[in-house]
Design a protein around this ligand. Structure first.
Ligand code: KIV
Length: 274
């Protein structure tokens, strides 16, 4: 089984780390069979699965529920679980929330923002910690690229160094310029995992609904590797057509009673009707 040192060693030898989100057991199983290194159970579960309008609506109970499902589908994979909005306002709250995610099956907890004191508290309490800088969906009102000016980039660079000094195990960089992601990746010890951060990070993460073609919206940072949404729609439409036309179920899908049982049942049914 992998642990944080597995991924540190990958960074050191220049092997790319493949991370993808999952929110349920069958998807997690498929992803493991496909060879991913890490599954992220992100708070993106809110908008991608639960029909919420915003990541902020995701609760700790939602996260625990989905992490547990992913763990059942992928007993061996390294799982990073998101601490949802307002569940890590103090080091003590962060530790209590992380315990819930750990009990559900997470190996590592992720939180958004430059809070080195939380990294120290969580690491001391025995948790692997993944930090997240750049676009912070829980905290930024508008989902737009970050770190575009020299000043904003310098601030993110400074924050990345501080989180690293505090002992982070991973750093997710979301929607930041490639030059900045490259500079951070070079400067810090922990592996960087990019999404919309260019090719220089130690690993990449995508939301499974986006890469599989379930999400309707197109994002500049994403590449669609499948058309799962369209395939699912076509399968359900074909099923509906067959049901309406009397073509499903066919004889092959039906079960029959033995002759004796059928006759006995018929007698019982008639008696009941009389
Ligand atoms: O919640 C999530 O899926 C994430 C990724 C976008 C990195 O945090």
């Amino acid at each position: 089984m992998s642990n944080a040192s597995t991924f540190l060693a990958m960074k050191r030898r220049g092997a790319k780390i493949v991370v993808v989100t999952a929110y349920d057991a069958p998807t997690a199983r498929i992803e493991v069979e496909a060879g991913v290194d890490i599954i992220l159970v992100g708070d993106s579960v809110g908008v991608n699965i639960l029909g919420y309008a915003h990541e902020r609506e995701v609760t700790l109970a939602d996260m625990a529920h989905h992490i547990a499902a992913v763990r059942r589908g992928a007993p061996e994979i390294y799982i990073i679980g998101d601490l949802p909005y307002a569940t890590y306002d103090t080091p003590r709250q962060a530790i209590e929330s992380s315990r819930v995610l750990g009990e559900a099956g997470a190996d590592c907890v992720k939180f958004e923002g430059a809070q080195p004191e939380l990294v120290r508290a969580l690491a001391t309490a025995g948790f692997d910690v993944c930090c997240h800088l750049g676009l912070e969906s829980q905290h930024h009102e508008v989902k737009r690229r970050q770190g575009k000016t020299a000043e904003a980039a310098a601030k993110l660079f400074h924050d990345a160094l501080a989180l690293d000094a505090a002992g982070q195990n991973f750093l997710v960089l979301e929607l930041v310029p490639q030059e900045l992601a490259a500079r951070i990746t070079e400067a810090i010890g922990a592996p960087t995992i990019g999404i919309g951060a260019g090719a220089a990070t130690d690993g990449q993460v995508l939301v499974v609904n986006d890469l599989a073609g379930i999400t309707e919206r197109e994002f500049k940072h994403n590449r669609r590797y499948g058309a799962v949404g369209a395939a699912l729609g076509a399968a359900v439409a074909a099923y509906a057509r067959d049901v309406r036309a009397g073509l499903f179920p066919a004889e092959a899908h039906a079960f029959h009673m033995g002759e004796e049982e059928r006759a006995a049942f018929e007698r019982a049914a008639r008696a009941d009707e009389a």
